[in-house]
Design a protein around this ligand. Structure first.
Ligand SMILES: *Cc1c(COP(=O)(O)O)cnc(C)c1O
Length: 226
């Protein structure tokens, strides 16, 4: 068994069956993704448009690609014909642009709203207040081609497990509250995805109600490039 297959087997053991594993393959070569594919994985995450396009071109077409990086509106177009989920939507502007581009090719696009839960000021995402206002206003319901299927968040990079846990629990709480307050009443039963947890903190995320963990270095080893 290859090292990558061995690591994937570890996560399959460690994760409850209802938690999805997204293999974050950014900065890792095609061959590494092929190994994970051979081991049965079909769900991969990339954070750069150019890199994702090259990999999509080179690899089997039954791969489900998630875009997990910060997406600029002028780079959306080539992604929309094939990307399964845009995980880091962090502005109304981006959501509108995604809707517009998706309508041009008549293919709906699923996305997650990114929520700022970490203390670091560098992280992208909506603040909770921004998101609440945005959901209350209801304009999002007019976007016919974007399906908001959940939330995504990143905890503070710290060794303090209690803090990480608190941030994830907080995100889980707003996920549940938004689901019952805004999405279910609007008939949006597909608001079901809570993407949180990476290599260093996936265990805390799972305990806090994550439905999808995004594992990079834990599967593919340390990044080759930043
Ligand atoms: C890189 C990245 C990951 C994976 O991080 P690891 O620590 O390598 O598991 C997860 N989510 C996002 C948004 C990322 O950019």
């Amino acid at each position: 068994m290859s090292e990558i297959a061995r690591r994937i087997a570890f996560y399959r053991q460690a994760l409850p069956p209802e938690v999805r594993l997204l293999c974050v393959s950014k900065y890792h070569p095609i061959e590494a993704i092929e190994e994970a594919y051979q081991a049965g994985e079909r769900c991969f995450g990339e954070s750069r448009v150019k890199e994702l396009l090259l990999k999509h071109e080179a690899l089997p077409k039954d791969i489900e690609w998630h875009f997990i990086g910060h997406l600029q509106t002028n780079k959306i177009r080539p992604l929309l014909p094939f990307v399964s989920l845009v995980e880091g939507v962090d502005s109304w502007h981006l959501l509108e642009a995604l809707n517009e581009e998706a309508s041009l090719i008549n293919r709906p696009i699923k996305c997650l709203l990114e929520v700022k839960i970490a203390q670091e000021s560098t992280k992208y995402g909506f603040t909770l207040n921004e998101l609440e206002t945005f959901l209350q206003q209801g304009e999002w319901q007019k976007l016919d081609f974007v399906q908001i299927v959940g939330l995504m968040g990143m905890a503070t990079q710290t060794d303090n497990k209690a803090q990480i846990r608190k941030e994830f629990e907080g995100l889980h709480e707003v996920f549940e509250r938004f689901r019952t307050t805004y999405f279910l009443p609007a008939g949006r039963t597909d608001f079901t995805v809570l993407s949180m947890g990476m290599t260093e903190d996936y265990d805390q995320a799972v305990l806090s109600g994550s439905t999808m963990v995004r594992i990079g270095s834990g599967i593919f080893g340390e990044k080759e490039e930043q």
